[in-house]
Design a protein around this ligand. Structure first.
Ligand SMILES: [Ca+2]
Ligand SMILES: [Ca+2]
Length: 400
């Protein structure tokens, strides 16, 4: 989404300049990020491909080898380039430990609200180890701060993704190697009850906490990406001697940003499982469960304009569209609305329109609101040219 927007803006700018008779060379700054995106590090800009000699502009270098951080053309999460981090147990100590990291400068204002979107690909050699390592961290400011452990970190530990949030370990399930995992962190950096932490993993919201998010100091924590493995310096047990991972699609946003501005781009094509369905009304022979059984010959039927089918995905995640297949959908159109909800009580409209009337197959609709966090979808029937019966053979949400 961002790239499309950037390309569109770059084109408009180029056309405007050409109209003025100005000849322009391809420029690093041709496109503008959405308001609120402070920094994009997707490695597509040649000015950012400074590795391994130096960190990209306005970032700090924390590796000491020729392989610590490099640019690669495969694998990539977006575009043609990504970054590759490699740390070996035998590497020199950097900034007090074993690390290969790129760091933001310690210049974040106090009380900042920040968005961080990025994608990590753990190499297939990323073997199980009882010793953990940090792959993204938010470091307490350096001067006039409590110091100590980072208030927030993303780790791999004993085969699993984990978040260390102020000393509490939150287990986010087993990691897979050789694939991109997309992460979005939204943090309001506060030392009092007004703080907030939200985390999405591959579009699913896996953490939502309120309260203090760091321990104090005159500035908010700053972000670091790359590999930090302290056990290789302290001599604690570890069964590995090398770590390699890839990093791409980093976007840093401020309080004006939204999820879609920083999240790695995804097409709205992922079918989201629906464990249960209900309805405001139904006839006993055609219950709501028939609309999620995967069988195109069974259906939910409810009588009356406004009759609604409610799909429960069981968890909050970024939903962006839906597929709906109508009984007799090749013989009659249906006017319907889709509303989305986080709690099953408060709903917001995300789409309204008319089915094609030309097919019984599932038809895809994309939310006019863009993607949103939701658990429930309500599909409400309003009209068809034959009768006042809502009859849906299959329906399901689409997620990012
Ligand atoms: Ca890239
Ligand atoms: Ca069915």
């Amino acid at each position: 989404m961002t790239a499309v927007r950037k390309r569109a803006r770059a084109l408009v700018a180029a056309v405007a300049l050409l109209a003025l008779g100005v000849v322009i060379a391809p420029s690093q700054s041709a496109g503008a990020d959405p308001a609120g995106v402070q920094r994009t590090l997707d490695w597509e800009q040649s000015a950012d491909r400074t590795l391994p000699a130096a960190a990209p502009p306005n970032l700090n270098k924390q590796w000491a080898t020729s392989y610590g951080a490099t640019n690669v053309t495969s694998p990539t999460r977006d575009g043609s380039y990504a970054a590759r981090f490699e740390l070996r147990k035998s590497d020199p100590v950097v900034s007090g430990s074993k690390r290969a990291e790129i760091s933001q400068r310690d210049e974040q204002p106090a009380g900042a609200e920040r968005w961080y979107g990025f994608s990590i690909n753990l190499a297939s050699t990323w073997a199980y180890d009882t010793s953990a390592e940090i792959v993204s961290q938010w470091h307490q400011c350096d001067v006039g701060c409590p110091g100590g452990s980072p208030p927030l970190a993303l780790l791999t530990d004993e085969g699993r993704w984990k978040i260390d949030f102020r000393g509490e370990f939150i287990d986010l399930g087993p990691y897979s190697t050789g694939v991109w995992a997309d992460w979005v962190f939204h943090v309001t950096w506060r030392t009092d009850s007004t703080g907030m932490l939200q985390v999405w993993k591959n579009g699913e919201r896996v953490v939502h906490r309120t309260g203090a998010t760091h321990g104090g100091g005159p500035r908010s924590p700053y972000f670091k990406l790359g590999i930090y493995k302290w056990d290789w310096n302290t001599g604690a047990p570890s069964s590995t001697t090398q770590r390699v991972m890839y990093h791409d699609a980093l976007r840093l946003g401020d309080e004006r940003a939204a999820y879609r501005d920083v999240a790695p781009e995804r097409a709205c094509t992922r079918a989201v499982p629906v464990p249960s369905a209900s309805a405001t009304t139904y006839e006993p022979t055609n219950p709501p469960a028939n609309a999620i059984d995967g069988n195109p010959t069974t259906r939910w039927s409810g009588q009356g304009f406004g009759a609604a089918l409610i799909l429960d995905t069981g968890a909050l995640r970024q939903l962006c569209g839906a597929t709906v297949a109508w009984h007799r959908g090749d013989l009659r159109w249906n006017d319907y609305t889709i509303h989305a909800s986080q709690d099953g009580v408060s709903y917001a409209k995300v789409w309204e329109g008319r089915s094609s009337g030309t097919t019984t197959a599932p038809e895809t609709v994309l939310f006019t609101t863009g993607s949103i966090d939701a658990r429930y979808l309500r599909v409400s029937f309003w009209a068809n040219p034959e009768n006042d019966w809502a009859s849906i053979t299959e329906a399901g949400p689409l997620g990012l």
